[in-house]
Design a protein around this ligand. Structure first.
Ligand code: F6R
Length: 236
């Protein structure tokens, strides 16, 4: 495990973007595993900036995202597909058809989980998976108690998550109650992992995840067992 302490959010974002850009420069055909949330936005902005300066080329790169709400399609501004398009893909030269996010509107969600696992396999697996971490230690939508051996699956959102997300949707009723997420097993199968965390409120959970006992009650604690984990954090 490599742990890099950043000075502030901008520094964390630049360092994370450096790791991602090194991956793409060294292996232009890389498959990047990507995350949504507030933490990676700065890294995505930095990569867009380097792309505009001519430093990185994403034309051969592919991406797979961790998760999506069930019931939202990509045109919904709360969907993770929309987030990825607006915060990253629209700013770089990755081919849209090479960017994959689970389909939250698939008619058969169980079949969609299988399709997503097959898709990742057919791409040759994930070269570098970017991860944020929730206050309860969740990664993707794998909440405490999630089985370590799961691949892509459907989850019921925790009451607390629905409440926390109500601000984005206008009311609790409008928040999707389910999501589709890569499982812990899918995440652990990535060749390299890059975990990023920002803010004083993430300090306790990151310490628990990296140095505490490995337990499904702290899903991110399993990352201690990954042979190629880089962590970049800033707790200021
Ligand atoms: C989103 C995801 C989530 C977030 C986590 C942290 O694709 O996988 O696990 O990484 O909820 O979110 P932020 O970055 O908003 O603190």
């Amino acid at each position: 495990m490599r742990i890099i302490e950043a000075k502030d959010y901008a520094d964390m974002s630049r360092k994370a973007a450096n790791v991602i850009s090194a991956q793409v420069i060294l292996e232009p055909r890389s498959v990047l595993g990507l995350a949504t949330g507030s933490t990676p936005i700065g890294a995505y902005k930095q990569l867009i900036d380097w792309y505009n300066k001519g430093d990185i080329d994403f034309s051969q790169t592919k991406s797979v995202n961790l998760d999506e709400y069930i019931g939202l399609d990509g045109s919904n501004d709360q969907s993770y597909r929309y987030f990825m398009n607006t915060n990253f893909f629209d700013g770089i030269n990755i081919k849209k058809e090479n960017t994959f996010v689970p389909n939250g509107k698939a008619p058969d969600m169980e079949a969609e989980c299988k399709r997503y696992d097959e898709l990742i396999k057919s791409l040759g697996g994930i070269d570098l998976q970017l991860l944020g971490i929730g206050h309860d230690g969740h990664i993707g939508f794998n909440e405490p108690g999630a089985a370590f051996e799961k691949t892509t699956h459907i989850v019921e959102l925790e009451e607390a998550t629905i409440k926390a997300n109500a601000r984005f949707f206008g009311s609790e009723e409008k928040v999707p109650k389910k999501a589709i997420t890569m499982g812990i097993k899918s995440i652990m199968q990535a060749k390299k992992l890059l975990l990023i965390a920002n803010g004083p409120d993430k300090k306790d959970i990151v310490e628990k995840a990296l140095h505490g006992p490995v337990t499904p009650m702290v899903p991110a604690s399993i990352l201690q067992f990954h042979p190629n984990l880089t962590v970049v954090y800033c707790f200021n």
